[in-house]
Design a protein around this ligand. Structure first.
Ligand code: ADP
Length: 475
């Protein structure tokens, strides 16, 4: 663990192992921190806050520039730790490290643009000034599916704003978090500004963040269930929260769309990270008139997706994170098949050629999916594309919005009027129109409804770490 500028063991002396999901083998061990370690890290962050928040924005930006350069220099090492620990193909891991580094660079620049405001008063002898100040110590909890970029997406804006931070990474990917903190260590952040507490049991760390008055903000990416629990806890001290939670993205292919282009887009975005992304399409609505060419192109593309170790050439599908994830995916597929879905491709665990040692699921296409199946409601987090035929475009918005989630959505159409109608009518924080990658450090990412609160990236992402202070001056 990295606390107050030093690498430490857990106070209990306990460790836990990290595993390679492609082989099931242990690849390292890290300290199993608990509540005492979390408090120690909060102590460090609280005492570093005074100095860090009083540096100039230019000084803070310089540390972030250093961290960005360090992460880019270390790209190959970080990517290979990620492929080993999380399973994604090495090319995707390199892309993620670059995406993660983007946040450090973008917020190094944005740190210098924390502007205030003056407001005209109705009284001649009064002046209003609005000041933006850092909220204070931040507690951050991150998931395993994007184990590098989810860390910098929180840490970069927090540091730019002048906050200090304690991070608890997911128990499945602590080695990635350690590698990121090695980059921070080299960047030379003052002791206590960034702190890492690894833990096998996340609860005591979350409790420490919730119960310690010095932690003024909680930022979390993970499941809706845990996010709600943390938000309930944070409410007792009215801590600020940012939550980036689950999704159930609709992928809408309109009648006028090019079915081949849309199928290509789906094959790319659905099977990215083996479907383990909160913006992964989970309901694919395709007009019946173009179903045949769409499914034909999709099947061809899916049959070319090779599964295996992310280090092997040509691999596009890595393992799922663990056996629980495999079970959940298979359960949803079997439920759909039992209720009348057709199996277009895949539909089973992959075991041939040594894949049985890891947690591989075949890239799967289900046809004739309907609203009675659990996959229509529950987030899959696996390589399964459930295709739902429709006839009437007037039904699209009610169908697509019929979910408690509201993170990402995708639309394929060649008609500008339809594009605007769906862009404006979809209850989702992100809408990709003929675009499968509507994400960037410069763009606000986040969900509506039960997909979360707040935004990450862009100037919105920085606002999450700032308080607004009004000064009224009588002169
Ligand atoms: P997933 O099911 O995708 O693993 P989780 O929401 O369980 O999603 O995990 C996301 C992050 O939340 C991880 O870092 C995990 O350790 C953490 N987490 C899970 N349960 C708790 C909890 N009770 N308190 C604090 N953090 C938690």
């Amino acid at each position: 663990m990295f606390i107050n500028g030093k690498w430490l063991e857990a106070q209990s002396g306990q460790n836990f192992k990290s595993y390679n999901p492609a082989s099931g083998e242990a690849i390292g061990q890290v300290p199993a921190g608990d509540g005492v370690d979390a408090i120690k890290a909060i102590d460090a962050a609280a005492s570093a806050f005074t100095t860090w928040s009083s540096l100039t924005a230019y000084q803070r930006a310089n540390f972030l520039y250093e961290a960005h350069a360090g992460m880019m220099k270390d790209l190959e090492r970080l990517a290979s730790i990620m492929t080993e620990e999380q399973g994604k193909p090495i090319k995707a891991a390199r892309n993620e490290v670059k995406y993660g580094a983007d946040f450090l660079l973008w917020y190094a620049e944005e740190a210098k643009r924390v502007y205030g405001q003056t407001i005209p008063s109705a009284r001649a002898d009064q002046r209003f000034f609005v000041l933006r100040q850092p909220v204070g110590v931040v507690g951050a909890i991150t998931p395993w599916n994007y184990p590098v970029s989810m860390i910098t997406r929180k840490i970069a804006p927090a540091l730019a704003a002048g906050c200090t931070i304690v991070l608890k990474p997911a128990e499945a990917t602590p080695l990635c978090a350690q590698a990121v903190f090695e980059v921070f260590e080299k960047a030379g952040f003052p002791a206590g500004v960034v702190n890492l507490v690894t833990a096998l049991d996340p609860e005591p760390i979350g409790d420490a963040f919730i119960n310690d008055h010095r932690v003024r903000k909680l930022t979390f990416t993970g499941s809706t269930q845990v996010g709600k629990m943390l938000a309930r806890g944070a409410a007792s001290q009215l801590k600020r929260v940012s939550l980036e939670l689950g999704g159930h993205a609709p992928f809408i292919v309109c009648r006028d769309a090019d079915p081949v282009h849309a199928a290509k887009g789906l094959a790319l975005v659905k099977f990215l990270n083996a479907g383990q992304a909160c913006i992964s399409p989970n309901r694919v609505f395709v007009h019946t008139d173009i179903m045949k060419p769409f499914l034909s192109e999709l099947s061809t593309r899916v049959s070319n997706l090779k599964a295996g170790s992310g280090f092997d050439a040509g691999i596009r599908i890595g393992p799922l994170i663990n056996d629980k994830a495999l079970e959940k995916v298979d359960h949803q597929v079997q439920d759909a098949l039992n209720k009348g879905a057709s199996l277009v491709a895949g539909g089973c665990r992959l075991v041939e050629g040594g894949l049985d040692k890891g947690f591989f699921y075949a890239p799967t296409i289900l046809g004739d999916v309907n609203s009675g199946m659990s996959i229509y409601r529950e987030e899959t987090f696996g390589p399964v594309a459930p295709v739902i035929p429709y006839d009437n475009e007037d039904d699209l918005l009610p169908m697509a919005n019929d979910t408690n989630y509201g993170l990402a959505s995708y639309v394929y159409t060649r008609d500008l009027k339809t594009a605007f109608k769906l862009f404006e009518g979809l209850d989702f924080g992100i809408v990709g129109i003929n675009d499968i990658n509507p994400t960037s450090a410069a763009a606000p990412f986040g969900g509506m409804k039960e997909s979360g609160l707040g935004r990450e990236g862009a100037s919105e992402g920085l606002n999450e770490y700032l308080e607004t202070k009004l000064g009224g001056f009588s002169i």
